[in-house]
Every structure is written in C-alpha cells, then in structure tokens.
Design a protein around this ligand. Structure first.
Ligand code: GLP
Length: 253
C-alpha cells in the first residue's frame, strides 16, 4: 500500500488524477470504477481539464460507479447519476452509453444486484477503482457489518451515514435510507485501487483503517488484503495522524 500525504486538496486531486490519467493513456479502453461524494470532485475537475486540453480521451472508456441511492431517479439532483453527469460525464468526450450505475429505481433488489454484478463481469472487471471513505470507514456504501458482501448489495444506511449525507438534501425527510452498492469483492478485485480523503474529519478513520485491525467493521481496512495495488492520497488534514504516528509508512508529496 502506498500512502501519500499531499499539501492540500488541490494537490491531492492532481496527484490522484495523475494515476487515472496514466491508466487512460496506458489503456484507452479502460474500465474505470468511479465514486461520488465531495472528496473526488477536485479529481474530476482535473480530469475534465486534461480532457479539454487533449491530454486524455474518454472516447473508449467504460465506467461503473460504486453506488446509487434507492428511490432516486437519475434526474434527481441528489442521485449519484446526476452527480456523475454534473461533475464528469457532461464535460468530457465519453459515450454516455458506456457509463453505468446501479439503477436506484429498480424495486427488485435481487434482480438489480445480479444485473450489476453481471455487468461488471461482462466488462472484464475494473482496471482502476476510485474510492472515498465514509466517516465510519465505509467504501461505496458497504457499511460496517459482521459480514462482507462480495457482490452488489442492497444496503440499509447506518445512522452515521444517513446524518453525514443529510447535508446535501433540502430536508431530512428526503434523505434515502437505502442504497445499492457494489460489493467489497468487486472493489478488491479491481486491478488498482485509489482512495482519496481530505479534511480533518477523516484523520481518525484513516488511521483506524490502515493501522488498526483488518475487520468488516471497518470496511476500508479490507483494502489491506490487497495492499500491493492500493494507493491512498490524503491531504495534510486527513493524513495528520498517519504522519504523526506512522511517519515511516507514508510518503509526503
Ligand atoms: C457517501 C458515498 C461514498 C463516499 C462517502 C464519503 O456515503 N457513498 O462513496 O466515499 O459518502 O463522502 P465524502 O467524500 O463527501 O466525505
């Protein structure tokens, strides 16, 4: 596992974007696993700028997103489909037919999970998976649990995630309680994994995930099972405890 501490959010975003841009240059028809949340927004801005400068092309890129809220249509401005269009897909030369998210409007959870797993398999797996991290260590919407879901799953969001996500909604009553999430197995099977984390709120969970026990109670800790292909980019605030308590294990950029 490589853990990089960057000076600020902009530098974190630029360094993380280098990894994705490198993947696109190396394999122009890569399958990118994408994430939502506030953490990757700067990274997406970087990718848009590089696409507009002609440095990278998304023409043959395929994408699979980690997750989607249940009950929200793609045109709802809180859906992850909407987020991806606004932050990336509308601004780059991607063919939207090649972009994929779980369908939050499918009420048949078993069918939707099976469809999404079959889709990931039909694409030949994921070349690089981008992740944020929840305050409780969730990746995608794989919440702390006694069990590990390998495939796509229908998740009841924990109270902590529900409250963290409420900031984006006009009213608490609008915040979905359920989501579809790509499973931990699909994430760990990606050929490379890139996690971005910024802000002091993430400092404790980063230390717990990467230096505490490997446990399904801290889903991000499972990344250590495949540590050779994992790259963590944190800004100084999120990386503060890593730098303070594990200085030998981090690379300061
Ligand atoms: C949501 C998403 C996650 C994301 C997390 C952290 O719960 N499902 O994929 O990593 O929030 O979000 P943020 O980056 O805004 O802290």
């Amino acid at each position: 596992m490589k853990i990089y501490i960057c000076q600020n959010y902009e530098e974190m975003s630029a360094h993380a974007a280098d990894l994705i841009a490198g993947q696109i240059k190396e394999k122009p028809d890569s399958v990118l696993g994408l994430a939502t949340g506030s953490s990757p927004i700067g990274l997406y801005k970087e990718l848009v700028a590089r696409n507009q400068k002609g440095e990278i092309s998304f023409k043959n890129i395929k994408t699979v997103n980690l997750d989607e809220y249940c009950g929200l249509t793609a045109d709802n401005d809180q859906s992850y489909a909407y987020f991806m269009n606004q932050n990336l897909f509308n601004h780059v030369d991607i063919d939207k037919a090649n972009t994929n998210l779980p369908d939050g409007t499918n009420p048949d959870a078993a069918a939707e999970c099976a469809r999404y797993d079959a889709l990931i398999e039909s694409l030949g797996g994921i070349d690089i998976q981008l992740l944020g991290i929840g305050l409780n260590g969730h990746i995608g919407f794989n919440e702390p649990s006694d069990t590990i879901s390998l495939g796509t799953n229908h998740v009841a969001l924990t109270q902590s995630t529900f409250e963290a996500n409420a900031r984006f909604f006009a009213s608490i009553d609008d915040v979905p309680r359920y989501a579809y999430s790509m499973g931990c197995g699909s994430i760990l099977n990606a050929k490379k994994i890139l996690l971005v984390a910024n802000g002091k709120g993430k400092a404790e969970i980063l230390e717990k995930s990467f230096f505490g026990p490997v446990t399904s109670q801290v889903p991000a800790s499972l990344l250590r099972l495949v540590s050779d292909k994992v790259y963590i980019f944190a800004d100084k605030e999120a990386g503060a405890l890593l730098l303070e308590n594990h200085p030998e294990e981090v690379i300061v950029l």
